[in-house]
Design a protein around this ligand. Sequence first.
Ligand code: DX5
Ligand code: ZN
Length: 223
Amino acid sequence: MPREPMIAPSLLSADFAHLAEETQRVADADWLHVDVMDAHFVPNLTLGLPVVEAIQAVSPIPLDCHLMIENPERWAPGYAEIGARNVTVHAEACTDPRAVARDIRAAGALAGLAIKPGTPLEQYLDVLPDYDTLLVMSVEPGFGGQSFIPGVLSKVRAARRLVDTGHLTLLVEIDGGINADTIAQAAEAGVDMFVAGSAVYGAEDPAKAIAALRAQAAAAISG
Ligand code: DX5
Ligand code: ZN
């Protein structure tokens, strides 16, 4: 069975004054990626649980919460409790990544582990069986609109091999700088879920941009 590429538009590039309408503009996507930043783990500050809960209430598609925050142990289960489909924490911010995954799953969501561009995958291989998604960051977390770092694709390839050989059951997700110029190489390396912020919300027609990205990824996998 060929892999079906999935697209998760990042709300970070949307118009924050019209969040409900902005979720409707990407209703054809697979997940809606929501970047939670605390101005400590990353320099930027975005939104937190009350706003994400309001987005959850109106979103036509499941939420994919990417927590770029310190002390994810304290906050991650709350995002699962309000109904997010997937809750991703940063490996670099966790003291006990296994326990966080357990708590997220117990609260009813898929558990995701994110790694920054400079973080080796090997360091976390033993905790990945407790996770459902692996988010490979292809920019330094904190801001949209940055350039894709191709060097992270070796981690995608390694994760893909582990999944395809039955050693892990994981959705492989990539985040940062994904657009028409970069999605093919990420798809070839083995990504399942592509986060795209500026490439979707910066387009005149976000629905068209989603379809085009999906088609490009599918072509790269089959070709
Ligand atoms: C960056 C965020 C990304 C961001 C991606 O820290 O995690 O989700 O929105 O934006 P683009 O696709 O514009 O690089
Ligand atoms: Zn993100």
